[in-house]
Design a protein around this ligand. Structure first.
Ligand SMILES: *Cc1c(COP(=O)(O)O)cnc(C)c1O
Length: 219
């Protein structure tokens, strides 16, 4: 079995220079994260607020922590002092709450709007129409302490890469539309995980979220 450090190096080598690698370390130990850190990785993604808070406290302060999971409003407080990017904004109410708490901490937080692109019902996110409405609202009345810098999407969990490619291509097209709507240019398109990131790269992603391919399967 290859090491976490090898996996980081191989994964990075397989990505174009302008695609950011988020190493998804959810449920993985601080030792595992430090092995990736030792190989130069600085951007990590977590999906639970308390786990993220604890790892932030324990680990080097030059790590950039991304939150990628479903965020409940009562958990925002655990991550708001330090989080670098929230990928998973799925309601205007959540964005407004992040804005309010960011203001209390005297900071501005980068966020992505999560778009529901898969055929699965369980995944969170805006429909394209809902997302358009939120973008329009933000273009008219920006929030002072959040920067919406892009979009995130998760493809259907399937071996059928034609389905996945279609969903990614649809999100990329919508990303271009969204960029045209916003005065400050959106720059981040977060799509692609261990099983489908190569397709996402071909379809124009700017950020991939890769967990099991780097750290091994989660329990
Ligand atoms: C867990 C998770 C990932 C990483 O999944 P892998 O298949 O392990 O690469 C990416 N994005 C989100 C939102 C996740 O929850």
């Amino acid at each position: 079995m290859s090491s976490i450090a090898d996996n980081i190096r191989q994964t990075k080598a397989s990505l174009p220079d302008d695609v950011t690698l988020v190493a998804v370390s959810k449920f993985k130990s601080c030792d595992d994260i430090m092995e990736a850190y030792g190989a130069g990785q600085r951007v990590f993604g977590e999906s639970r607020a308390l786990e993220l808070r604890d790892k932030h406290e324990a680990l080097p302060k030059d790590i950039q922590w991304h939150f990628i999971g479903h965020l409940q409003t009562n958990k925002i407080k655990y991550i708001i002092p330090f989080v670098t990017l929230i990928h998973s904004i799925d309601s205007l109410k959540l964005l407004e709450e992040v804005d309010a708490q960011a203001r209390n901490h005297g900071r501005s937080v980068d966020c992505l709007l999560q778009v529901h692109i898969s055929q699965e019902e369980t995944k969170f996110g805006f429909t394209y129409d809902e997302c358009r409405a939120v973008l329009k609202e933000l273009a008219d009345a920006p929030l002072a302490n959040v920067n919406v810098v892009g979009l995130m999407g998760m493809a259907t969990y399937t071996d059928d890469m034609d389905v996945v490619r279609n969903e990614f291509a649809g999100l990329k097209a919508f990303f271009e539309e969204a960029r045209a709507m916003m005065p400050q240019r959106l720059s981040v398109l977060s799509m692609g995980m261990s099983e489908d990131y190569e397709v996402a790269v071909q379809e124009g992603t700017t950020m991939v979220r890769i967990g099991s391919k780097i750290f091994g399967l989660r329990n």
